[in-house]
Design a protein around this ligand. Structure first.
Ligand code: KG4
Ligand code: ZN
Length: 354
């Protein structure tokens, strides 16, 4: 069923380890955005366990929807459509959100809008800009993805490049795990790095000056591993490091990663000639990235639109915002909707590592 007009959307996001629902009106007016994080469930394993994530989504999804409707002071009768993340993400997790969305679509007679999670991160900054900031270079940095896009409009998004190995957030999480700082690693490293000298250790900034938009962070992660263990030490042996040593290591690691993200984002804007940069995804919450990207954009004469912190990590508001744009373009799904787990991306060309 394709409605005459869609204004009020209930959006669901369950692609990874956050169960989230939002009610959004006209694509910008977020009436409620409820996020239930599973961080505590996964922390003791040092990373997300897909089976546990899926089970938690099953338990959470209905109460979260009810809570979202209550907070927005709406009922199912007020809704015009259901938007849902269809991928990429963990298949078991995606299936819970998509099944809930299909069920509501069927029993309430509401149209279904499948939304791509990465495209939602890439356009999330527009939730709070006065005008749509397009065309813009979008840096999407999260636990699962690190990519640069040219966003010409909400529905015209071109992939310029991406990581060929670890995502930026994954590198944060793995370095934090190596130093036994806890999970998720990004927020802890952000905090601990404030006490360390970011220039103390010269970690690699892979492809920082190469004329393409791909990233590689596995070399950086390995360099941190060698630095921590040196010769002859086993994984997990950390007694030789003081608190100050650890602060220095994470500050230098963070600086290498942030320098790379900033330089490649500015270079992509120069190459494409756009005047705006937007940033989304969990790692966009990083304080060094926010500060350095702002300084670099100011220097390059580019407008920077940072996604507000609450819309950086996974949330349903960004799904509803992009869902609204898709609905205006008539891009609805139906009950045959399937999830897609992996990133649908072209294989990057082989590149020489520096
Ligand atoms: O977007 P997100 O919530 O989930 C995915 O779609 O992956 O991103 C989660 C990632 C984690 O790797 C986490 O360590 C990272 O975002 N993160 C941060 C910060 N806050 C969250 N990384 C660096 N600095 C932060 N302040
Ligand atoms: Zn995400």
């Amino acid at each position: 069923m394709v409605p005459a007009s869609v204004r009020t959307i209930l959006a669901l996001e369950t692609s990874c380890d956050e169960t989230s629902a939002a009610v959004i009106v006209d694509g910008r007016d977020v009436r409620a955005n409820v996020v239930s994080s599973q961080v505590k469930l996964h922390a003791k394993y040092g990373g997300i366990v897909p089976e546990i994530a899926a089970r938690a989504h099953i338990q959470n999804v209905c109460p979260i929807i009810e809570e979202t409707l209550a907070q927005s002071e709406m009922t199912y009768d007020d809704l015009d459509a259901i938007a849902v993340t269809a991928g990429p993400g963990l298949v078991g997790s995606l299936l819970i959100g998509v099944t809930a969305a299909k069920t509501l679509s069927l029993i309430r007679g509401l149209p279904l809008i499948p939304v791509d999670h990465i495209a939602a991160h890439a356009t999330s900054a527009a939730l709070v800009t006065d005008e749509p900031p397009w065309p813009a270079i979008a840096l999407v940095v999260s636990g699962g993805h690190t990519s640069l896009y040219l966003v010409r409009d909400y529905l015209d998004i071109e992939l310029l490049g991406q990581t060929v190995d670890d995502a930026a957030g994954e590198a944060f999480d793995k370095v934090a795990a190596l130093l036994e700082l806890g999970y998720p690693g990004g927020p802890v490293i952000d905090r601990v790095a404030k006490d360390g000298d970011p220039k103390a250790i010269d970690f690699p900034r892979t492809w920082i000056r190469e004329p393409h938009s791909n990233f590689s962070f596995s070399g950086l992660k390995t360099a941190v591993l060698y630095h921590v263990h040196g010769k002859g030490r086993k994984y997990g042996e950390l007694d030789h490091l003081s608190k100050a040593d650890i602060a220095t290591i994470v500050a230098s690691f963070q600086a290498a990663l942030v320098d790379t993200l900033v330089a490649k984002t500015i270079a992509a804007a120069r190459r494409t000639g756009v005047q705006s940069v937007v940033v989304g995804g969990g790692v966009a919450a990083n304080s060094a990235l926010r500060r350095d990207l702002q300084a670099a954009c100011d220097q390059a004469g580019l407008r920077l639109h940072l996604t507000p912190m609450k819309y950086c990590t996974d949330n349903a508001a960004m799904i509803g915002a992009l869902g609204y744009q898709l609905a205006q373009a008539g891009r609805f799904g139906d009950l045959r909707l399937e999830v897609h787990g992996g990133l649908r991306r072209p294989k990057p060309k082989k590149q020489r590592r520096k």
